[in-house]
Write a protein that binds this ligand. Sequence first.
Ligand SMILES: [Zn+2]
Length: 415
Amino acid sequence: MCLLSTGLWLAAVTDIAAQKISPLAKAPDWEWLDACAGTFTRSEFLRILNEHYAPGDAAAAQIRVTDAAAHIRTGPDQWKEVPFAEEGAHPNPGPVRFWRKASELPAAPASKPLKDLHIAIDPGHLGGEWAQMEARYFQIGKTRPVMEGDLTLEVARKLKPMLEAKGARVSLLRSSDEPVTHDRPKSLRAAAAADLSGNSSAPIAPIAPNAERIRLHSELFFYRISEIRSRAVAVNERLKPDLVVCLHFNAEEWGNPEDPQLIPRNHLHALVNGCYGARELEWDDVRSEMLGHLFTRTVEEALPLNETLADALAEVSGLPPFTYFSNNAKRVGNGPYVYARNLLANRLYKAPVVFLEPYVMNSSPVWKRLQMGDYRGVKSVDGASVPSLVSEYASGVAEGLSRYYGQERKRKMED
Ligand SMILES: [Zn+2]
């Protein structure tokens, strides 16, 4: 469930040395753009910018394209020029990245398609004692409470040995409900209060007294922004994996968490980073991060990865695709399951990110299976023999990753 997870809507702008910086972010150092000269031809740059990252001319105020170069806004009146490669010329490789494409990995036998691949798994949210605060909790009567953060961790634990058996090195971004961030709502009160006072239009319902708004906002700063930023530090500075798999479960509006509504609908989708809006691109840090993905060509790896994993999950689960009707997401790729959308996690992690949103937790069939917990083998549910839901989820992800990395590496083995 990734509702509102960009963290941008709460979004006051911090004016540090005339730069516009999103909450808890650092001002970007634009020097990195120097390594991007000649990475893209003009036509290729315009295609990826307009079709994938900033559809609907969303970057028009921030990126000016002339015949020879992209001019990128780095401040109110500052621009940096990134020259294009000549059409037909061999482009520069672009800025240094730590992750490897499937095509850059050595040959591997069919039994070990993930050999030496470093996979970071991000079990979405926190769960446990934080589940109610992060609004990823509901319970029907005295039944087993449903907590997204606990479920994603259960899937992650199941998935890790499956991937290791296929040769992968696997890092979990968390292994309990202990937050990765050292911040807590209390330590973020001042930042949250400043954010609220800097933006009177913050779309949080005005709750009197003011102290209550600040409490809610500082909680949001904690579990949504600081926590994901801390995981990003682990990914980008310590782990440096070849990809990150973000595990989530979806949900639809359930109303009162003490008396939630179950619905018949159930579906699946995956989110690749992209589809930034004009307002989002006004933030210097967000713009820099988007361009980081663009110039390292992350989407060329992330899109087929998301497609392959979504297809494999659809096969094991039988789930139909979810359809977005909002304009902050755009369907991309060849199949029906993958959307481009700018989330905090798939933007901050400087690697291809697969962001999975299968199973609607408050759909009747999913809720029924979640109540059964994890188990070995299959059990009968409504006349069908099915594995536990966490096993099914983990096996779909393992199959998708094996398929994506295995094909090319096996071919190399046969050459
Ligand atoms: Zn989620």
